[in-house]
Design a protein around this ligand. Sequence first.
Ligand SMILES: [Zn+2]
Length: 99
Amino acid sequence: MPNNVTPVEIRQNPASATLEISWNDGYVSRYGNAALRRACRCTTCRQLSDKHAPIPCPDDISIVSIDAVGAYAIQIGFSDGHDRGIFPWEYLRKLENET
Ligand SMILES: [Zn+2]
């Protein structure tokens, strides 16, 4: 993956509970809302996964906010009130390849 890959469009699809990202290299990524919530890498969630504890996440979780973090990431707020997760582009591209 080249270093300069960035999203050109980020779309929520409430009908399928997914987030879609179109990248500037023409690739389109799709993520389930719950998969994104469980992939949160904030300090709290990382501590849980280090302990192999499940990250609490309702199956019908939705995304309530998406905020740009500089030019390298988005911060996603979820309907369970959790909004600490920062998702850098590189992590998002890697994440999709794992699911
Ligand atoms: Zn988290």
